[in-house]
Structures are given as structure tokens and as C-alpha cells.
Design a protein. Structure first.
Lengths: 231, 412
């Protein structure tokens, strides 16, 4: 059962927001693909932890701030297989829109199959770089820091580590029932006063900037919220 | 200011606090690192800081070095080369020296290794130690710093029997990982911003270094820092310089190599390079001692562009060092250089000396690009390749090994 960071109690009053942090380490799976058909075949069998890694885990890995694609599969199809069509289709996948990672896996396979039907030459095109399937192990720990009130978010957020931002804003989408971030989840219990803030948080796209930029953007949002709610 | 606080000035306090939180779950654990040299080479440099940092985080960390004679190092150098692709069988005599040297070292190290909670063995040199410690109580990890993506199979097959029984292994890149019956972690190495190789230097120090080696600081300068090793392609660097010099007559080249105690081949390659350089007064071949870190630092800072034209490369820490000093890098399209050098962003990847020459000419005519790429390079290293990130991933690995193989470990 996945953990959920900041639940509310049944009386409706919010429990403090538990600030957690995480560290992620990457593992090789030994599975590699040099052609699109091989990629499709491996994809059908890899652990879902590998799907997680290639969609989410990359955000905590060395990378440039300006990401061309929001997942590793799309990037490889573009730069290894050199097929822009499939790369664009794969990059349009929003993993939180799928019931689980198995459903996401099936959608990727369907997109690859569709493209192989459209462009026969892709069946024998050899990639200029092989794709190495990886997976992650994530270690989650409690920082013992607690927030009692949403007005504290503004000052707290800018002190969080980038991995804590990852945990509460990105990893949360895999853990929470409705696939959203922990902050929005926590704010729900404080009532309609924060609905507008929740909507603004929902408008933050975490995929294309750095985690540092994401932290700054959230800090700005929460600070403005504090100003609005403090007399 | 303690060591961790001094790193916070580069990384931010959040990074150091994160390390403290993670390390708290390993408090009191005894960790032993083992390699084959205390000076020279990237491994020794990383351990020189990783060990005191871990200690400061409350982890009882030790660093042991195995001792060997020339036959042992001849064998391990051959092993290093064959794991990187050279197809040269290793002589039975050398393999015997390899195993006997490890057996002798095991007699000395066995008590400390068998008592440790974690033993991290670096590279092939001390790999057989595990088999010599039958009463070990902790987790043993083999850390491979080499590009083993295309090893010479007979040598890998020989080494694999020593490595397979480990609890986990660490490779720098996914492409280097080999089929092994245990988890294979991927951790790129790192540099130390407080080490002599990377600390800030004033202009006077850099100028004095140039004067010492008769380098004209007013003229364009390209530098490659690496051991004199065929995989670093020093001859290719000279060829690239010669091609570029036709268009940039003022161009100067520094090829500077630090020696390492476990690299007996350096002198031979240096002789080949000397022959190739002939008497060109603008080619400066410098064989520096393994502790010439400030010299290397100054030479990298004096450069307009840094080259690392390797044809095989583990990770390429000299690339990381140059990038940390705001230098664009022209690097071989191999190994870990690919992870650091991104075309038009932090430098250029090249496959030939012609390609390297082209990029030298391009950048020398675009000083604005040199500056912009250098800034990108520095920021990228700060975020991804400093020792604090390396340490964090090692701590995460150790915590993971304590808690089994699950993908998600939630600590109290």
C-alpha cells in the first residue's frame, strides 16, 4: 500500500503537513533495445518500476533544464530512432491520466504498434544509440518538520530540498487517489478559501523546468496565498 | 566551519541537510572502502573527501589500500585496458601475481573487512578480497569505475567469478553494466569543489603557472589533462591542434598528464607523443606528479577550451573539472563524456581529430559562445556532479541494501 503524506483526520480538521524527503538511486535492468521492435518487446516485460523511472525518476537525475521531451522513451525515439512522429505522440502521454502503470504500459505499446504499422521501415531501422531500460529505488524519510497552517507554506517551500519538492509535487501524483500533488491534497480540508490556489497549483507544469525553478514557482504561489489570507 | 558546512556554500544548505537526514538512518554503521592507490587517479581523489564527509555524517568510515608489486599493477593495468576493449589476453604469470597479491592483502585486511557493515571495493584490483573473507557479516559492493561496455570477454569471464558473489555492484553508466546476479546501481562519479584541483585561483597564480611552463597567456590555448594513455588519444589531440593551427597560427596546446602509481604504461605512451609533437614550441607536454593538483587547476583555468578527445572513457572527471571552471569542452563521443558534454550547450562531442579541429576553430572565433557554454557547464556540474550528490546516492544505496530489494522504501 503506498504511503500518503499528509492525510486529514475524520473530524475534518487538518493534520499537520508532514514534510518528507526522498532520495532516489538508479539501477540497471540489463535490458536494452537497439531497434523499435526490440524496444516494444522489452517494454512488454519490464518491471513497472522501470516505467516509473523513465517517466518520473529522470526528474531527479542529471539533466538539462530545458527538456525537449517529458519522458525518456520519447527522447530516445527522437534521438536514437530519429522518428519525430512517434516521439511527439509519446511525449503527449500524461501518466497521471492512466489508472495505473500497467495501463500506461499498454498505451505506449499501442502507440509503438500503430507507428510500426504506419512506417514499415521502422521495423528494421537500427538506433544510433541503444536504449537502456533502468529502474529506480526511492527511499522516503520523514524530516520531522511539520506545517500547521497553509500560511506557512510560502516560507517553508523555499527551504525544502529539491528532492522534497519532487516527493510532494511529482511523486505524489502516483500516490494520491486523484493523481495530484500533496500540497493540493492537504489544502482540500481547509475549505473553499484555497480552491483558487489549488487551481493555480494545478496549472504548474513540472515537466519542462528544473526542480529549482519548480520550487521558486511554488514559493511564489504560496507566498501570494499567505498575503491574501493574512489580515 | 566544518566540512559539510563548507560544501553548503556551493550546493546550498538544503543539500547538506538532506545528507544529514539520510545519514541518520545509517548512524553507527561501519563502512570500509578499498582501492589500490592513495594518490593519483579519480578514485583516490573521490575517496579522499568521501571518507571524511561520511565520518562527519556519523558513519564510521575507513579507507584501506591494497599493496602490490610491479607484476600486480602490470596485471591490473592490462585488466583495465581489456575491460575497456583491448583484446590482449592476460599472461598466467600476471594472473597468478594478481591472486597472490590479493591473498596477501587479505591476511592483513581480513579482520577489518569481515567486521564491517558495508565494504565497497573499487575497481578490479581488490575484487578477489571477498572470496578471502568467508566470515564477512556485512554487505559487499563492487564499484566499477571503468567503461566496461565492451570488455574483452576472456578477461571479463575471469574477473566475473570474483565479482558475481558481491551483494551489489555500481557502474558509472548503464552502458557499462554487465550481466551479474545482483543489483547493479548506476552512480556517476563526482568532483570535489574544495579540492586543490577545483578551488578558485586568483589571476596571479594562473599567470605564474603559465610563466613556469612558458605558455603565453595572451594567445589562445587549448588544454587536455589526462594520463598519457592511448584511450585518451593524445596523438589525436596533437593532430587536431595541427589542423586548427593552420587557421589559428597563435594557437597553443598543453597536454598534461598526472602519473598514477598503478599505471606503468604512461612512460611508453608519453614517448610516442613526444615523437609526434616533434619540436613545436607551442606544444607543451607536461608530465606532472600525481599531487600536482594546483598546477592542473591553473592549466584548466588558463585554457580557453578544454579537450578530452578520448576514444574510450569511464566517466571523464577531467571533463567535469573543466566544466566546473566555466570551460566549454570538446570531448570524444564516448562513455561518460556523453553525459556531460551536450552539443552547443556545454561543448561539442567529436569522433575524429578533424571534428575536434573544426570545433576548436568555431569556438575560438565565437568568444561569446565560449562564455555562454562555460556558464551552462558550471551550473550543470553544480547541480549534478559535485561530491555531495555522489555521497547522497551512495548513502541511498546503503539504506536500500539494508531494506531489501523493494522499489520503495519508507523510513520512519
Amino acid at each position: 500500500m503506498p504511503e500518503k503524506a499528509p492525510p486529514v483526520n475524520i473530524s475534518g480538521s487538518a493534520k499537520p503537513f508532514s514534510i518528507r524527503d526522498c532520495a532516489l538511486v538508479t539501477l540497471a535492468t540489463g535490458r536494452k533495445a537497439r531497434m523499435l521492435r526490440e524496444f516494444r518487446s522489452e517494454l512488454a516485460h519490464i518491471d513497472t518500476a522501470s516505467l516509473y523511472h523513465h517517466f518520473w525518476g529522470g526528474l531527479l537525475e542529471p539533466r538539462f533544464d530545458e527538456r525537449e521531451y517529458n519522458n525518456d522513451f520519447a527522447a530516445w525515439v527522437r534521438h536514437g530512432i530519429h522518428d519525430a512522429v512517434l516521439a511527439e505522440r509519446l511525449s503527449a502521454l500524461a501518466p497521471t491520466e492512466f489508472a495505473d502503470l500497467e495501463a500506461l504500459r499498454q498505451e505506449i505499446i499501442d502507440l509503438v504498434d500503430m507507428r510500426l504499422d504506419e512506417a514499415e521501415y521502422l521495423s528494421w531501422t537500427r538506433a544510433t544509440q541503444q536504449f537502456e531500460f533502468q529502474r529506480s529505488q526511492i527511499v522516503v524519510f520523514d524530516t520531522k518538520h511539520r506545517l500547521q497552517n497553509p500560511s506557512e507554506l510560502g516560507s517553508a517551500i523555499s527551504t525544502l530540498s529539491l528532492s522534497s519538492i519532487f516527493y510532494h509535487f511529482i511523486d505524489a501524483r502516483r500516490r494520491t487517489a486523484d493523481g495530484r500533488d500533496d500540497f493540493s491534497d492537504w489544502l482540500t480540508v481547509f475549505g473553499e478559501e484555497f480552491t483558487s490556489l489549488q487551481q493555480r497549483i494545478a496549472g504548474v507544469d513540472p515537466w519542462f523546468g528544473s526542480l529549482g525553478e519548480l520550487r521558486d514557482e511554488l514559493a511564489q504561489l504560496f507566498s501570494s496565498c499567505s498575503l491574501e489570507t493574512t489580515p | 566551519m566544518n566540512l559539510l558546512e563548507s560544501y553548503a556554500q556551493f550546493t546550498g544548505t538544503d543539500v547538506v541537510e538532506h545528507l544529514r537526514q539520510l545519514a541518520a538512518h545509517l548512524a553507527g554503521a561501519k563502512v570500509v572502502h578499498v582501492n589500490s592507490t592513495r594518490t593519483g587517479g579519480g578514485v583516490a581523489e573521490i575517496l579522499a573527501k568521501m571518507v571524511p564527509l561520511s565520518t562527519e555524517l556519523g558513519i564510521d568510515t575507513h579507507w584501506e589500500v591494497i599493496m602490490g608489486e610491479s607484476e600486480f599493477f602490470e596485471c591490473t593495468k592490462g585488466m583495465h585496458n581489456t575491460l575497456q576493449g583491448s583484446r590482449i589476453p592476460l599472461d598466467e604469470r600476471l594472473l597468478k601475481a594478481y591472486e597472490e597479491t590479493n591473498a596477501r592483502n587479505a591476511e592483513i585486511l581480513r579482520p577489518v573487512l569481515e567486521d564491517a557493515d558495508f565494504v565497497i571495493i573499487h575497481d578490479p584490483q581488490p575484487a578477489p578480497l571477498l572470496a578471502a573473507c568467508p566470515n564477512r557479516k556485512g554487505k559487499w559492493i563492487w564499484r566499477c569505475h571503468i567503461d566496461a561496455s565492451h570488455p574483452y570477454r576472456p578477461v571479463w569471464k575471469y574477473l566475473r567469478r570474483f565479482v558475481a558473489p558481491y551483494d551489489a555492484s555500481i557502474f558509472s553508466l548503464a552502458a557499462f553494466a554487465q550481466e551479474l546476479p545482483h543489483p547493479q546501481y548506476l552512480i556517476p562519479p563526482s568532483i570535489d569543489p574544495l579540492g586543490d584541483k577545483n578551488i578558485e585561483l586568483d589571476a596571479e597564480t594562473i599567470r605564474a603557472c603559465c610563466d613556469r611552463y612558458r605558455i603565453d597567456p595572451e594567445r589562445p590555448l587549448v588544454v587536455q589533462i589526462s594520463r598519457f594513455d592511448r584511450f585518451k588519444d593524445p596523438v589525436g589531440v596533437i593532430q587536431a591542434y595541427r589542423l586548427a593551427k593552420r587557421f589559428l597560427p597563435a594557437l597553443q596546446l598543453v597536454l598534461a598528464g598526472g602519473g598514477a602509481a598503478d599505471d606503468p604504461e604512461g612512460e611508453t605512451v608519453l614517448a610516442e607523443v613526444r615523437t609526434c609533437a616533434q619540436d613545436d614550441p607551442d606544444i607543451h607536454l607536461l608530465l606532472l606528479p600525481s599531487d600536482a593538483h594546483l598546477e592542473i587547476n591553473a592549466l584548466q583555468r588558463a585554457a580557453d577550451i578544454v579537450l578530452q578527445k578520448s576514444i574510450r572513457e569511464g566517466f571523464g572527471l577531467t571533463v567535469t573539472e573543466a566544466m566546473w571552471k566555466n570551460k566549454p569542452v570538446i570531448g570524444g563521443d564516448v562513455g561518460g563524456i556523453r553525459l556531460q558534454v551536450i552539443n552547443h550547450y556545454t561543448g561539442f562531442l567529436v569522433n575524429t581529430h578533424e571534428g575536434a579541429a573544426l570545433r576548436i576553430r568555431y569556438l575560438m572565433h565565437q568568444p561569446g559562445k565560449i562564455k555562454a557554454m562555460g556558464e551552462n557547464a558550471r551550473a550543470f556540474v553544480r547541480d549534478n556532479f559535485l561530491i555531495t550528490r555522489d555521497l547522497r546516492e551512495h548513502l541511498t544505496l546503503l539504506v536500500s541494501l539494508l531494506h531489501g530489494a523493494q522499489d520503495r522504501i519508507v523510513l520512519d
